[in-house]
Design a protein around this ligand. Structure first.
Ligand SMILES: [Ca+2]
Length: 321
């Protein structure tokens, strides 16, 4: 192909790809490799288990939504112990699906009513500066239904779960500090439901901190699970930082029958760098699951929908999920 022809064709091909993505409401940039992902599972109830140690680990994900070469890479795990995914989002990255994002979809059509989701996350202090403007790092997105019915966000140095069955009553539940320069493990257990039989449980570093009964999704299709960094504000404004770097490793998804122990990355050495002493957290864990009832559980269900002036969960602001 001569240079001139290539120059003409490139934007056409990009346009065709974008069109096909929109049409399917999903970016099938990566092939569907759920079968091979399943083969990595260590338990019959694990649907997905990715530690980024094998060849082409990113092929095991569904759509990958990135705008630049730095957006998603596989690198050495901070603190040692193998490989990990690394997300980097910059304020001046190109838009992807209407905003600044670097995300992959872990589970899509495989979602069942009862599911387990787990990962380890590492936030580097120098490249993940706390600020009040928030970003989404996990979202349970129901196709065509706007702002995700459940999401993990970071905001002002805190990890926050937002969950509910409609935008007006969605709860904001504090999950503790965004601990820097060490690995944290998060496990989420959900019985996906619009109705009262819904269940949302969260463990951070093996400690159960949320047990919430009630609707945790809109009255619609089961959600897909996306991870990465999505910062809607950067599409229209700057904030106090222009960079978000974080690492996700040992991403696991389980179905009914999975246990907390299945979801925790017990085979991984969780190395804590010695430069920083955590003060408020439980150490990264290989603990056995407990059945203890949480002590800081469900907040009242009467949260005022307009209490947040930035209203980041208002319908429409995040419509492309
Ligand atoms: Ca790994």
């Amino acid at each position: 192909m001569n240079f001139r022809l290539r120059y003409i064709l490139a934007p056409v091909l990009v346009g065709a790809l974008a069109f096909s993505c929109d049409k399917k409401d999903m970016e099938e940039i990566s092939p569907d490799m759920s079968a091979s992902a399943s083969s990595l599972a260590t338990s019959a109830s694990l649907l997905f288990n990715q530690g980024f140690e094998g060849s082409n680990p990113l092929d095991s994900f569904h759509g990958i939504e990135v705008g630049a070469s730095h957006s998603l890479t596989v690198v050495d795990r901070p603190g040692g112990g193998g490989k990990t995914s690394r997300f980097e989002l910059r304020q001046n990255d190109p838009d992807v699906k209407g905003s600044r994002r670097a995300e992959f979809t872990v589970i899509k059509d495989e979602t069942q009513k009862e599911m387990w989701y787990a990962f380890e996350a590492y936030f580097p202090a120098k490249d993940y500066v706390d600020e009040d403007n928030d970003e989404v790092i996990n979202q349970w997105y129901q196709s065509g239904m706007g702002t995700p019915s459940a999401a993990l966000r970071t905001k002002g140095g805190r990890l926050q779960l937002r969950v509910g069955n409609n935008a007006d009553t969605r709860e904001k539940i504090d999950l503790g500090p965004v601990v820097k320069d060490q690995w944290q493990s998060v496990v989420v257990h959900m019985v996906h439901s619009y109705g009262s039989d819904g269940l949302t449980e969260v463990w951070v570093n093996g400690k159960k901190i949320v047990s919430r009964k009630g609707g945790n999704m809109y009255d619609g299709p089961l959600p897909k699970w996306k991870m990465g960094v999505y910062k809607s504000a950067w599409a229209s404004q700057t904030t106090t930082t222009d960079r978000r770097v974080l690492f996700f490793d040992n991403i696991r998804v389980g179905k009914v029958g999975a246990t907390l122990a299945d979801m925790l990355a017990s085979g991984t050495t969780t190395t804590t760098p010695t430069t920083e002493v955590p003060t408020t957290t439980t150490p990264p864990t290989t603990t056995t699951p407990t059945t203890e009832e949480p002590t800081t559980t469900t907040p009242p269900a009467t949260e005022a929908p307009n209490s947040n002036k930035k209203a980041p969960n208002n319908k429409g602001q995040n419509k492309k999920g």
